[in-house]
Design a protein around this ligand. Structure first.
Ligand code: SAH
Length: 214
């Protein structure tokens, strides 16, 4: 179901230049976004826009997810930490990209959303490569650190210090930093104890709520 709509969306992301990495586009072609959103919104699953997923939260627009995955440079075997599982869609896409041998740990603070995400992950057979954890992820997830890649799907007032500490040497992290309403998507690259920060442009994310968030 929805294969034609999904292909049209992915071709659009390629044609308008948002996403050039063919591995990212292949993952987006494969993962059924409509399986991660509320049933009554499924017909809108392949429009390039964010959608509500309940409890005041949203699944990001496909172009934003594509841009983030491309900037992360995910490779097979990577250990990834995501803060803000939401629907679980982005985690499933990252699971595609780190197979074989990799693992995605995705943390969600709202239990009902975490439970729904875990259910979709299992139904679509990503549970071998994606684990959903219900917790405050603003302090990261120390038990599986260090991570080759970290991605934060909610806006933080600054780069949370525990996340920098849990990033592996040579690792890459994405985190939207700024006020509630508008943020700069920061790419943090770790070189030893040095953190290189590059702003990738303006974005709008829901707030990161927790000890190292708002
Ligand atoms: N990546 C998601 C979209 C996430 S929206 C997807 O593909 O659907 C951001 C999510 O971050 C929301 O579900 C919100 O509840 C969650 N969140 C906010 N603060 C958090 C925190 N401190 N720890 C974990 N999750 C958090």
């Amino acid at each position: 179901m929805y294969e034609a709509e999904r292909s049209r969306l992915v071709n659009g992301l390629r044609d308008n230049g948002y996403v050039t990495d063919e591995r990212v586009l292949a993952a987006m072609e494969k993962v059924p976004r409509h399986e991660f959103i509320p049933a009554e919104l499924r017909d809108q699953a392949y429009a390039d826009s964010p959608l509500p997923i309940g409890m005041g939260q949203t699944i990001s627009a496909p172009h934003m997810v594509g841009i983030m995955m491309q900037a992360l440079e995910l490779r097979p075997g990577h250990k990834v930490l995501e803060i803000g599982a939401g629907s679980g869609y982005h985690a499933a896409l990252m699971g595609e990209m780190v197979r074989p041998g990799g693992m995605v740990y995705t943390v969600e603070r709202l239990e009902p959303l975490g439970a729904k995400a875990a259910e979709a992950i299992e139904r679509l057979h990503y549970d071998d490569v994606v684990k959903v954890i219900v917790a405050d992820g603003s302090s990261g997830l120390a038990e599986h650190a260090p991570y080759d890649r970290i991605t934060v799907a909610a806006a933080a007032p600054g780069v949370p210090r525990p996340l920098e500490e849990q990033l592996a040497d040579g690792g890459r992290m994405l985190v939207p930093v700024g006020g509630q309403g508008y943020q700069d998507l920061m790419l943090v690259t770790r070189h030893g104890d040095k953190m290189e920060r590059t702003g990738l442009g303006g974005v709008v994310f829901v707030p990161l709520i927790g000890e190292h968030g708002y």
